[in-house]
Design a protein around this ligand. Structure first.
Ligand code: Q46
Ligand code: ZN
Ligand code: ZN
Length: 322
């Protein structure tokens, strides 16, 4: 027999083990939105926030975030959307398109910022790595680039905070990797909300207690367009992939494990000493954005490295196949 919604008796679309209930589409949607609003309230994410930038990559997490923030808070907040074109061929175009479709469908004012405007792309970083003129893991470069660009545009837009679509899996992966590498100062920054510090705009993560299965089903049930493609640089194997599989396996036999682990990690992070607004102590000599080290910020350092490295390979380096 088809399972029925434990609340209303309609055909169920999901079993939510953390509340031990089968849920129909309507009640699943309500469950997800309630979890977001409780997270926002628990960590006072929107206290003092009038202008909120939602960073939308175009994937299922960020489009779900935009839809929910618009639905729950759109009337009380000035919502602005930002999406970044990272220049990943066969992927970035679909991401930007999905993000823009969502902004326009909701009537949210938005900006598309392009890494190409700085003279390089994530494809360039990958190509230079392959040619061994650069040794920077693509995803860590990409993460830094996104943080920089989102903060910069949020500052230009006069935002009080930036909301990002990091989910439960992201939180667990980041924290476990930080522990593994004894990066306790990184772990201490693992907060659902980080405050504004100088030119570093506050970050809030309303989806940290939802998994990607939640966001996928929410997007599908609510006709939220998203780019279903995977980034070509997303790791297919390695410790992160294995860790996620292992976490899901434990969760299967022990419903609620991931949520409990996330809460434990957040408590642990909360007890660690946060290094004094490290990144905000100085300003980049080139772009004026915050930096923890004297001279150039990480983004400007990377940019000059990439532009220099590209000159080295330019003569025979035409055509940038990934
Ligand atoms: S976009 Fe960028 Fe991800 Fe692609 S290159 Fe890696 S970090 S996998 S979320
Ligand atoms: Zn129902
Ligand atoms: Zn800079």
């Amino acid at each position: 027999m088809e399972p029925k919604c434990s609340i209303c008796g309609s055909p169920a679309v999901a079993y939510e083990h953390t509340i031990r209930a089968h849920l129909c589409g309507t009640h699943f949607t309500e469950f997800v939105e309630r979890r977001v609003s409780r997270t926002v309230e628990k960590y006072k994410m929107l206290r003092g926030v009038k202008r909120l930038v939602v960073a939308v990559s175009g994937g299922k997490d960020s489009v779900t975030l935009l839809r929910i923030m618009h639905k729950l808070y759109g009337e009380h907040l000035e919502l602005l959307g930002v999406t970044i074109d990272l220049g990943i061929s066969g992927y970035s175009g679909g991401c930007v398109e999905a993000a823009v479709r969502n902004f326009e469908a909701l009537g949210v004012e938005y900006r598309v910022v392009r890494l190409g405007d700085y003279g390089f792309s994530i494809d360039d970083v990958n190509l230079l790595n392959r040619r061994r003129v650069l040794r920077r893991p693509v995803c860590s470069v990409c993460g830094m680039v996104k943080r920089y660009m989102i903060n910069k545009v949020a500052l230009e837009l006069g935002a009080d905070a930036v909301a990002t679509g990091h989910n439960l899996n992201d939180l667990l992966l980041f924290s476990l990797m930080d522990i593994m590498s004894a990066s306790f100062s990184e772990l201490s920054k693992l907060r659902p909300k980080t405050p504004t510090s100088g030119k570093l705009i506050s970050r809030v993560r309303p989806l940290i207690f939802l998994t990607d299965k939640h966001t996928l089903l929410y997007a599908l049930l609510n006709n939220v367009p998203f780019n279903p493609a995977d980034c070509p640089y997303a790791p297919q194997r390695g410790i992160r992939v294995d860790l996620l599989r292992a976490l899901d396996k434990v969760e299967e036999g022990n419903p609620g494990f991931k949520l409990a682990l996330a809460l434990g990690m957040l408590k642990l992070a909360g007890k660690l000493h946060v290094p004094e607004a490290q990144e905000g102590i100085g300003e980049c000599k080139l772009c004026g954005m915050p930096t923890g080290s004297p001279g150039l910020c990480s983004f400007c350092k990377l940019r000059s490295q990439v532009l220099r490295a590209r000159e080295v390979v330019a003569p025979e380096g035409q055509g940038s196949s990934a």
